[in-house]
Design a binder for this molecule. Sequence first.
Ligand SMILES: CCCCCCCCCCCCC/C=C/[C@@H](O)[C@H](COP(=O)(O)O)NC(=O)CCCCC
Ligand SMILES: Nc1ncnc2c1ncn2[C@@H]1O[C@H](COP(=O)(O)OP(=O)(O)O)[C@@H](O)[C@H]1O
Ligand SMILES: [Ca+2]
Length: 565
Amino acid sequence: MIGSDVRMENYRVLLADRMSLRIRPADVVLTRNAIMWMEVEKSWKPSAGVSGTACWRTVQVCEIVAVRRTEDEAQENTQTQKPNWRSKQHLLQYPYSFTVSYVKRSGQHQWRCSDVTFYCADCELCDLWIQVTNEQLALLANRPKSLLVYINPYGGKRQGKYIYEQKVAPVFRRAGISTDVIVTERANHARDHLKTEANLDKYDGVVCVGGDGMFSEILHGLVSRTQSDHKVDQDQPDAELVPCSLRIGIIPAGSTDCICFATTGTIDPVTSALHIVVGDSQPMDVCSVHHNNGFLRYCVSMLGYGFYGDMLTDSETKRWLGPARYDLSGIKTFLNHNYYEGTVSFLPAEENLGSPRDKLLCRSGCLVCQHKSAIKDKHSETSEEREKPGSDSWRAICGKFIAINAANISCACPRSPKGLSPSAHLADGSTDLILVRECSRLDFFKHLLRHTNKEDQFDHSFVEVHRVRKFRFQPNHDSMVILEQDEPHKEGGPPPLYSSQPIPQFNADSNWNCDGEILPHTAIQVSVQCQLIRLFARGIEEQQQQQALLEEPCTLLAFNQNTDY
Ligand SMILES: CCCCCCCCCCCCC/C=C/[C@@H](O)[C@H](COP(=O)(O)O)NC(=O)CCCCC
Ligand SMILES: Nc1ncnc2c1ncn2[C@@H]1O[C@H](COP(=O)(O)OP(=O)(O)O)[C@@H](O)[C@H]1O
Ligand SMILES: [Ca+2]
């Protein structure tokens, strides 16, 4: 079947019956791709025999979580705290019922699991609806049936276990997903288990409950396992890495949760659980980081040297503060106002990938990422020559930098709702390299402020941004950290916070912050590995997309009211 035939097939009515919704009669229709219902108005006369249009509430089959017999209504009502409104007469007339649980958008990109119960006059009809709806759900091959879940009990505000048990597990149970749950006992427990022990054939996906650091563990476990299974040497910076077959789900329970926010538009555990249930799939680029041809780490969100590296290093001693450690260390690092000397060289991305300043936001169904996916295998890009550092296509920038940030994705998070690079793409094979040169403290503050407002992040003379496929950083070890002189030091007063003299106890190098982990080396080589992994997500839905689906799915449907049911 092609084109319009497929569309017609999707609209083919599988079931159509009159039932009762609460205490009012309702017409209910099931097609291949939607369940629709409409309460029957008293004034509405089907016998009139005219074709008309009416307002139907519609739920796409792909957004149905489960359908089941409403076994114990009293219990349902206690759970949902709804009053029992069914009259005895209604109960006698419609004694059988089934409940459809489905995804409902509740604004701000949040999803909720909502229920609608249909009452039937006879048992066979009720069972038939459950059976046929379940048959349609079974056709959705991308839905996971079995998941391996890792919980970091110490991430963020240490709520991981509670969040999983109270908010996520009930959603998975309702959807009939089986889970094996591991609560981690130490750092790198999840990574090591995935790398060497886990029987991955049993699962359709891996879920992490925690922050970006916990996600990074899962990423390293899965990617390393996949490479060793395929005998790919990760130490080779130019090795062609094999994409992971299992998708990763993120239940946000960390401090920044930027990967979850940038791929769903929110950090809400129930929303993430529902993206997993419906089997969403979002490809993601991964940066591989090497030092002297030896593998260091992978990175999905931000690689930050200077400001974000120093802030992370300082914050590690304050983990007991939870997410607030970043605020405290952020202020301290800002006041220190260090900058670092070195050379950044990079290979620009192809021009058709746009620019970090083009305001083309990466949203659900992004065409730039889809196009990249289509041409990825053709390897149309570049000759070996272009790839070599030092060839004409590479550019080098030497200088003193307050921050060098590579945003592989927008890095949007609650602290910075548009992110470090608002137009960065999730899966275009490039990363946005942001260079913040030496500037005054006030100027740097203005730059940081732009992470939180709507102004162009890069519209400052001391900031430049490049969309790149690869980059390298070489620190200049002869440099000393020069701290800005703001005020003269008063005799007998506290020691100066800043001095124009080199201060030997400061390290001339910063550290790299790689998805919230500190890298052991400063001279690094970075390559973007296009679409190496997939998440259970769909990218951020456009406001209009969201709005259309928010307004309680109400579809204008031409419907032949003569249908015999
Ligand atoms: C004057 C107002 C200044 C406000 C500045 C806000 C800047 C926010 C930038 C956010 C970038 C986020 C990049 C993501 C980094 C994470 O991978 C990493 C680890 O996350 P997690 O494991 O969940 O803790 N987080 C960080 O490195 C902290 C970012 C800094 C947050 C202030
Ligand atoms: N059981 C554990 N004990 C201690 N550290 C752990 C444990 N499980 C995971 N970790 C580590 O905790 C770090 C932070 O985890 P994460 O979930 O990202 O929280 P946060 O966002 O607060 O940093 C990660 O580096 C991860 O490797
Ligand atoms: Ca990217």
